[in-house]
Design a protein around this ligand. Structure first.
Ligand code: ADE
Length: 249
């Protein structure tokens, strides 16, 4: 997977790519992140990348020419099928695990990071093929959002996580929050690990985990249940939780 990241601050990307799983993915050749400084594509003497907004008002707007030129240069060697050109913006579609899975199907993509008040609208309209927001808050720029996308997509690529099944039980992978985890010691400061996990009874452990997952989602993110993949047993368990909730109200 190759990400071409267009940014005015390429150094922001360095730290997270030099540690742990992302670093290993780069070392093994499964991940390539090429950062391109948009400033390098500004052709005027002072390499100006922003300008005042038409119509007045505060703040600066990123100029379209250097961004169009950067994308053209970055994709110059790409034959026909154009990879996604994604503008990172709080106005984009919300980034979710499903979007991460969708993006992981591509071989490469371009991430454009805005700064200042935003980028000239023509970048959104005539260059970007997609717009992604990582949540309903405003960052100082798209770089951290790009790193979030790179991280979430990379861990889904084959061979990046040691255990091939590692992402199957992730929170959100089947629309539910994940069950709780415990490791040794069995009793920590008087807090015992749930008995069933010590039982060695695989089927019971699986059922307990599923119910914990359902209970957590029901308590914390009931909005997710409407779209989750639920069995009859899951639905019965949730109905029981609802009845119990009503009884204790
Ligand atoms: N740039 C600024 N805020 C952002 C957000 N929430 N998501 C993506 N890009 C952004």
């Amino acid at each position: 997977m190759r990400f071409d990241v267009l940014t005015l601050f390429p150094a922001i990307l360095n730290g997270p790519l030099q540690e742990s799983i992302l670093q290993r993915a780069i070392d093994s050749g499964r991940l390539v992140v090429a950062a391109h400084n948009i400033r390098d594509y500004a052709t005027d003497k002072h390499h100006v990348t922003d300008d005042v907004p038409y119509g007045g008002g505060g703040g600066m707007v990123m100029k379209p020419e250097p961004i169009f030129a950067a994308v053209k240069a970055v994709l110059a060697d790409v034959p026909s099928a154009r990879p996604p050109i994604i503008l990172m913006t709080p106005q984009g579609r919300r980034f979710t695990q499903a979007v991460a899975r969708e993006l992981a199907q591509h071989e490469r993509m371009v991430l454009i990071c805005g700064r200042y008040e935003g980028v000239d609208e023509r970048v959104r309209e005539f260059l970007a093929t997609d717009e992604i927001s990582i949540g309903d808050y405003v960052l100082t720029g798209g770089e951290l959002a790009a790193l979030v996308v790179i991280d979430a997509v990379t861990r889904l690529l084959p061979g990046v996580l040691g255990d091939p099944g590692a992402t199957l039980d992730d929170s959100h992978s089947d629309g539910l929050l994940e069950y709780p985890h415990y490791t040794r010691p069995p009793n920590f400061q008087g807090h015992a690990v749930p008995e069933v996990l010590l039982s060695g009874h695989h089927a019971q452990v699986e059922r307990w985990r599923r119910e914990q997952s359902l209970r957590r989602t029901w308590e914390r993110r009931p909005d997710l249940l409407a779209l989750a993949n639920l069995s009859l047993a899951d639905r019965e368990f949730l109905a029981r939780l609802t009845r119990e909730g009503e009884l204790t109200d």
